[in-house]
Design a protein around this ligand. Sequence first.
Ligand code: FES
Length: 162
Amino acid sequence: MTELKLSEHARHEIDAWLKKYPADQRQSAVLAALREVQHENNGFLTVPLMDAVADYLGMARIAVYEVASFYSMLETKPVGRHSISVCTNISCMLCGSDDIVAYIEKKLGIKTGETTKDGRIYLKREEECLAACCGGPMMMVDHVYHEHLTPEKIDRILDGLK
Ligand code: FES
């Protein structure tokens, strides 16, 4: 048994998702559960948290680790308060996403995959097509899309993050 218990709020949220699935399919709520506990834990998952989710849903712990390491919206190490994902897939690349990444790295003084020293911004390692190709180059900041990026636009967005 895990020593860490999910918070009452997390259990309440997970229970709401469990109502949407057959009683013998509790694992269907794993993504929603991981999203919720990640949100409560400053944006990243720990092994004890993943274990607690596995135990709550009656899943094998390894199956929860597999889900957590597969989906790009789940983090398994500490990250900054704000998360930036620049799409570098083909449409955005043709619209200059490489220059956008280089501009952001220079502005923040970090490389892709790193967090600023003040813990303010995490620049995610990679993001595949975010289905906003006609708005390229684009990025997602804390789940909000920003399209047709320019250096001036990036300055405005990043400077506004506390
Ligand atoms: S290629 Fe960037 S959103 Fe589709």
